[in-house]
Design a protein around this ligand. Structure first.
Ligand SMILES: [Zn+2]
Length: 92
């Protein structure tokens, strides 16, 4: 009597690949179209992050992300870009 339905939550965010354990999300580079873009990590990096950066799997930014700094870098061609984010309107 129970109508069981399997709910597949696929196709939710096609642009974002969720990182599985220990892996980093990769994004498609707007320049070379390779899925080799990673988030640039700002702030003080962890030991693990340092190792990933040495293996060219992660990109370290500065201590702080200033306005206009890129969010992602392509590990293939080195292109850096900003992600499109919703800017808060300065309205009360
Ligand atoms: Zn690229």
């Amino acid at each position: 009597m129970i109508d069981e339905r399997s709910e597949d939550a696929e196709g939710d965010r096609p642009d974002i690949i969720e990182p599985s354990m220990g892996e980093r999300a990769l994004f498609i580079c707007p320049r070379c179209k390779q899925k080799r873009g990673v988030n640039i990590d700002y702030g003080y990096p962890s030991h693990e992050l340092f190792e990933q950066a040495e293996r060219n799997e992660a990109v370290l930014g500065g201590c702080m992300q200033a306005l206009g700094d890129p969010d992602r870098q392509c590990l293939n061609c080195g292109h850096q870009w900003e992600i499109v984010r919703r800017r808060p309107l300065s309205k009360e």
